[in-house]
Design a binder for this molecule. Structure first.
Ligand SMILES: [Zn+2]
Ligand SMILES: [Zn+2]
Length: 433
């Protein structure tokens, strides 16, 4: 898919009836990306800027980028999580620069982008995205995934004004990072099904153009996986082509988030499971990347959603007093319980929009959506071909039924968004096997 054409398409009124807005006005994924980036900086009339990298990305990209653009380079600690503490450190480093920057360049992976995005938003300064790995779809989104006081939160934040990505950099990133990007993209099967089911059950708005865009991203990724065969993981043109397609898919998916104004097109039950596992205050810290968790969660959801089609046959009973009972949530969410209760306020809860007869009236529509999900074996084979992790054990999480049961029942409370999993939990359909 031609990203420039997509950018152009959505500047016009959309067939969903909305006029979508985009902050990102240029995307370049290609050799020597620093050259068009330099031209872009000059075109916008910027003088003083700064490249922000971390200890991992400075030597592989940040130093060369800063030198070629004659900009100062700030280096954050390696693998820093996006927390309020690291953002405060960056604000101080920025304040100490001799010239106040007019723009920032985020030179790194997902967390570094969130740190720069959050800081850019705080300071009201535009930023460029220069991703160093095809690892997540958040580069061009306007949402900062942060860990504040131990809780994973998503803040409305700032999108980059443009993205420049050089395959000489991101195609040489560790294979694990690219595999994580694949997991984030293949997870779209679940969140798109969630979005369509939410529309069937509550009439929630869907933009068909964004829905098509996300499905096209998956199709193109699957096509490149099928055509690259065994060459996908070994150095060579097929590998570079594959990583470029993953990067393109991630950028397009991020643009869909930006165009929709929230992450609905790119995040559903599979992301809620990932957020739940990442809540370090209630779970042990796990050595897993975002897309690894999302990919594994998607495989689990795929299995479960297909089974759940069988028992989709009773009216909806919304019982907030039982769903959000403190004594139910507290043993799992512990000191985060108040945050979770705030997220799920009974009156504004996404479940409150489901009419009692809706599941019966729309049963066939929901079953059709579930039947359109890919076969588990197909998704598993694609993930394995790309070197993705596919089991909970591989990311140091328990593989027993009790853990799975706890995850599926409680993860939907991590966000107010309506997913099929949240519906199943509210209907008390989730049982330990
Ligand atoms: Zn639209
Ligand atoms: Zn994601």
């Amino acid at each position: 898919m031609n990203i420039t054409e997509v950018l152009h398409q959505f500047r016009k009124p959309c067939r969903c009836g909305r006029q979508h807005t985009l902050v990102t006005d240029a995307v370049y994924i290609g050799e020597n990306a620093h050259t068009p980036l330099g031209e872009d900086i000059a075109r916008r009339g910027f003088c003083h800027g700064v490249v922000v990298a971390d200890e991992n990305t400075a030597p592989i990209a940040g130093e060369a980028l800063a030198a070629s653009l004659s900009l100062p380079l700030l280096i954050l600690p390696g693998s820093a999580h996006a927390t309020e503490i690291i953002c405060a450190d960056l604000l101080k480093m920025l304040a100490d620069l001799p010239h106040a920057p007019e723009f920032y360049i985020a030179c790194g992976s997902g967390s570094l982008h969130d740190i720069v995005r959050y800081t850019a938003c705080e300071n009201g300064i535009p930023f460029y995205s220069y991703p160093t790995a095809a690892s997540v779809d958040g580069f061009v989104s306007g949402i900062a995934a942060m860990t504040i006081r131990g809780t994973k939160v998503s803040y409305p934040s700032r999108s980059p004004i443009a993205l420049y990505a050089d395959p000489a950099v991101f195609a040489s990133a560790p294979a694990r990072l690219t595999a994580s990007g694949v997991g984030d993209l293949l997870g779209k099967y679940i969140c798109l099904a969630d979005w369509r089911i939410a529309k069937a059950l509550t009439g929630e708005e869907i933009c068909p153009a964004l829905m098509e865009l996300e499905y096209k991203v998956i199709d193109e990724l699957e096509a490149v996986i099928a055509s690259a065969g065994d060459a996908i993981l070994s150095d060579g043109p097929a590998h570079t082509e594959f990583v470029c397609r993953v990067m393109e898919g991630l950028v397009l998916s991020g643009l869909a988030i930006q165009l929709n104004g929230n992450s609905r097109p790119a995040s559903g039950a599979e992301h809620h499971l990932s957020h739940f596992w990442e809540m370090a205050r209630i779970n042990p810290d796990i050595p897993a990347l975002h897309g690894e968790q999302v990919g594994i969660a998607s495989l689990l959801m795929l299995d479960y959603y297909k089974k759940a089609a069988e028992f989709f046959d009773r009216p909806f009973a919304y019982k907030p007093e039982m769903l959000f009972a403190r004594e139910k949530l507290e043993p799992v969410y512990r000191e985060l319980t108040d945050d979770i209760l705030r997220e799920n306020m009974p009156d504004s809860c996404s479940l409150a929009k489901i009419a009692a007869q809706s599941p019966l009236d729309n049963a066939q529509a929901v079953r059709d959506i579930l039947a359109s999900l890919p076969a588990h074996e197909k998704l598993l084979a694609e993930m394995k071909a790309c070197g993705c992790k596919t089991t909970l054990g591989e990311i140091d999480l328990p593989e027993d039924d009790a853990f799975l049961y706890r995850s599926m029942r409680f993860a939907p409370y991590a966000r107010n968004r309506l997913t099929f999993l949240k519906y199943l939990e509210a209907q008390n359909f989730i049982h330990e096997t």
